[in-house]
Design a protein around this ligand. Sequence first.
Ligand code: NAP
Length: 256
Amino acid sequence: MLKSLQGKTVIVTGASRGIGKGIALRFGEAGLNVVAVSRSQSDAEAIAALIGPNAIGFGADVSTPEGCQAMAAAAVERFGGIDVLCANAGIFPAAKLGEMTAADFDHVINTNLRSTFLSVSAVLPAMTKAGQGRIVITSSITGPITGFPGWSHYGASKAGQLGFMRTAAIELAPKNITVNAVMPGNIFTEGLDGIGGDYIAKMEASIPMRRLGVVADIANAALFFASEEANYITGQQIVVDGGQVLPESMGALEAM
Ligand code: NAP
């Protein structure tokens, strides 16, 4: 049983759907004040409404310094500080090499990786002032461990987040700010609604636990990194994938 985080304040980027929505709802349930962020102000507000009066929705593009500064300012103004940042916003448009343009590459890197740097930079003054803080990055297995055709830019952004994390963790340790990452496998989100049973069945067949993850699986890992019990853990990553990265070949799955 984790000690209570009641009354602490978390910013969750990319909170309007998918994994970020799951994190926002889970942290709200744990009693934190939640600042739910997405580019769409109305979508962010809809999630805040689900959580209750201890939540606000905020519209910001976290790939820009202005968006991140405004998001941090809104959290401080409404709740008086920032205890936790869940840097989760991300996109994954597919483009294979030969077709991928420099603009495609930059868009993914800016949204996934630059936003991590910018959002961490924006919350630093409040966390430094408070003498403590928790940063939880949503990375992926794709990039740091695995690859998938069409996602070379995405994989680079997700591996880059972990490289960023390790030096950030060293630099911020004296300020009592931890920086850790969750690496999801295939998680069932609204984005997969209507994708078809065949596709889902193929994905499930590649996972030793024979099911896709759910957003709560990621949210619970993020909540652990935010907890007091995790206060001596920094610069680390946890894979949450039902064992997806473990089989060394198709044969390993067939031999189960
Ligand atoms: P999703 O359902 O598409 O949600 C993405 C969220 O990010 C939305 O709230 C979106 O809202 C927001 N967003 C996108 N660009 C933004 C920007 N520039 N500024 C602010 N908010 C922005 O995605 P997801 O599947 O939950 O993925 C969330 C994170 O998990 C990503 O970092 C992704 O790489 C990682 N991940 C996902 C999976 C998976 O299986 N789903 C697996 C591994 C890792 P707006 O469009 O309104 O901005």
